[in-house]
Design a protein around this ligand. Structure first.
Ligand SMILES: [Zn+2]
Length: 602
């Protein structure tokens, strides 16, 4: 089961890559903030009413809050979130409802000033409008308000107008969902089927919430005595029941991993897009997880995305978020939040019986290959932070380097403790200390959590493999079930500055002794015709160039002349059932799951 699976995994990986930007991190360290007990907790009251108009719809919203003693309050409109920009454009018709209240524009379109009597309650109303009917429902469109005759879906960042206040301060909310049409389901980050809600939260969690009503199909799934609501609208190439089963398996294995309790309300929503198959995305939000899925896609494509995003609920969110250095998040830690999350997404799918051992081995092999052949694999952590927003390869390096390091440490801990402990304990100890001490994630804390198993090695490894960027060894996690083959691999290397030369139509940057040079390519030649494929060392490149007054064709394979030693693992043929069981146990796969997948295979 490889060719197809491999393609699927690549697509999923691509989907996951797009997610990095939308993972919600606790902003300014909620837990580190001192509790301001003396100040009254602000109260906001919202009444929201859907108004259906032909093929479109809008939300009429009223807001009431306590105006302060100064007699003027800054009012903030939605601005932007991830792929949604200029969100204030969807807010129309802001009007005051209370006496002597005037709303004034400022130079910034998302900021208004409300003049009111000092210390009085201020009320105003506004409308939230949708994209025009007929707008293609791509994943990006869900970052804007989506309002249709039969449903709406709006993220908090696109919906709420609010008086300016610190995002992490506590907040008392009253929400009233008015005139919801008969037969519509109603669910949001703070409750199910409640048209009146009282919520104690923070402005940040409120804005990171999701708010839905309409023709959604909601199924209650019980995980460790707590409900998870599976929410679907639209049709897909799989049944609701298949999705429910997947949600149950992934939530069960993930919550069991973290020994997690205390989720009185949580939902996962599956929303259809008109995107091409493979263009999947997802986002963990307040008490909810949203998956954007092309209508014609296969459910198995979303297993990894779902497992990955769900794991983010803990890593980094419940592990305390990233440490702040001079008020700024330490972005070096993406190797941990993305790489370890990717590692556990695959491992938990294996433990849930959703990946076979063969799938898991293939996944590790392609991870090693992607990492070892990445042109940026040796960047230091500081360089990675600097370049991550402008380079896809650098962005992916956080995932790859982190995931290989997770394998490496897991193998080391199992070996040092004779399989009594694993990386699982390190992850759970990080959770425990985040809960007990309210600390956030840092290199120091991660090294500290590793210390009982690996001693000083954790600190050294972080310096060596993360800070200095040395190549992390790809050890064998499969015990006696697999053998390593080390191949000499020639990674993609054009041998000249291909992108620049293509632009200027003049060859430049030819490296001596590269395949391109050996074939006769030289600086200064005019590029007449022919192109190249990025990233593929096995694709013969044919370029027509002019040197002086002579035209010639230069052909070469764009592969580095220097080989990389690339380890790849192969399952031994004819592994006995006992041996297989032993290897799977070492990866934490419970015996019951092993038996089940055995019987499925037969
Ligand atoms: Zn992620």
């Amino acid at each position: 089961m490889t060719e197809n699976n491999h393609v699927v995994r690549l697509l999923t990986a691509l989907g996951v890559a797009l997610l990095l930007y939308v993972v919600l991190l606790p902003g300014n360290g909620i837990m580190a903030q001192p509790v301001r007990e003396r100040l009254p907790v602000p109260e906001l009251t919202y009444v929201v009413e859907p108004i259906i108009q032909g093929e479109s719809g809008l939300l009429r919203v009223s807001l009431t809050f306590q105006g302060d003693a100064s007699g003027s309050s800054r009012l903030l409109l939605p601005l932007e979130w991830a792929e949604g920009v200029g969100l204030y454009r969807a807010i129309r018709n802001i009007q005051s409802l209370s006496e002597d209240t005037k709303i004034e524009d400022t130079k910034e379109p998302h900021v208004k000033i409300v003049h009111h009597r000092p210390n009085t309650r201020v009320s105003l109303s506004y409308e939230v409008v949708s994209q025009p009917p007929g707008t293609k429902l791509t994943r990006e469109i869900y970052y804007y308000p989506v309002l249709r005759p039969s449903y709406f879906y709006v993220m908090g960042q696109a919906l709420w107008v609010y008086p300016d206040m610190p995002e992490s301060n506590p907040l008392h909310l009253s929400l009233h969902w008015k005139n919801i049409p008969d037969g519509w389901a109603l669910i949001n980050s703070f409750g199910l089927s409640k048209s009146r809600q009282k919520v104690n939260t923070t402005l940040q969690s409120f804005r990171e919430g999701t708010f839905l009503a309409g023709d959604y199909r909601i199924k209650t799934i019980i995980i460790n005595k707590e409900p998870v609501y599976a929410v679907i609208r639209g049709g897909f190439g799989f049944t609701d029941e298949e999705f429910h089963k997947l949600v149950k398996q992934i939530f069960q294995v993930t919550r069991d991993f973290w020994k997690a309790r205390g989720f009185p309300h949580y939902y996962v929503a599956l929303l259809p897009t008109d995107d091409v198959s493979g263009r999947t995305g997802g986002e963990g939000r307040t008490n909810s997880f949203i998956l954007y899925v092309p209508k014609d896609s296969n459910l198995s494509e979303h297993r990894h995305t779902l497992a990955h995003e769900l794991f983010h609920e803990w890593n980094p969110r419940r592990l305390g978020g990233f440490e702040l250095i001079s008020g700024v998040e330490d972005e070096r830690l993406y190797w941990f939040s993305e790489g370890f999350t990717d590692y556990y997404a695959s491992l938990l799918l294996l433990r849930a019986g959703l990946f076979s051992l063969e799938d898991y081995v293939a996944g590790y092999n392609s991870l090693i290959k992607d990492y070892y052949t990445s042109p940026v694999r040796l960047l230091t952590a500081a360089e990675m932070v600097q370049k991550r927003k402008t380079s896809y390869e650098v962005e992916r390096l956080f995932y790859r380097r982190g995931a290989v390091l997770a394998h490496y440490w897991d193998i080391a801990i199992r070996s040092a403790t004779n399989n009594k402990s694993s990386l699982d304990e390190v992850m759970r100890s990080l959770l425990k200390s985040a809960k007990a001490k309210g600390v956030s994630l840092s290199h120091k804390r991660i090294a500290h959590a590793l210390h009982p198993y690996l001693g000083e090695r954790g600190t050294r490894d972080i310096e060596k493999y993360i800070d200095r960027g040395e190549l992390v060894p790809a050890d064998n996690p499969f015990g006696t079930c697999a053998i390593a083959e080390v191949n000499n691999y020639h990674p993609w290397d054009m041998g000249f500055e291909a992108a620049k030369s293509f632009k200027t139509r003049v060859i430049s940057g030819v490296k001596p002794d590269s395949n391109a040079h050996r074939a006769g390519l030289r600086d200064g030649q005019k590029w007449v015709s022919g192109g190249y494929v990025h990233g593929d060392p096995n694709r013969l490149t044919k370029l027509t160039v002019i040197e002086g007054d002579k035209q010639k064709v230069v052909q070469f394979y764009p592969a580095s002349t220097e080989a990389i030693r690339l380890p790849q693992y192969k399952l031994k043929p004819d592994i006995s059932a006992e041996e297989r069981a032993r290897c799977l146990s070492q990866l934490g796969v419970p015996a019951a799951v092993q038996r089940k997948s055995q019987s499925v295979k037969k």
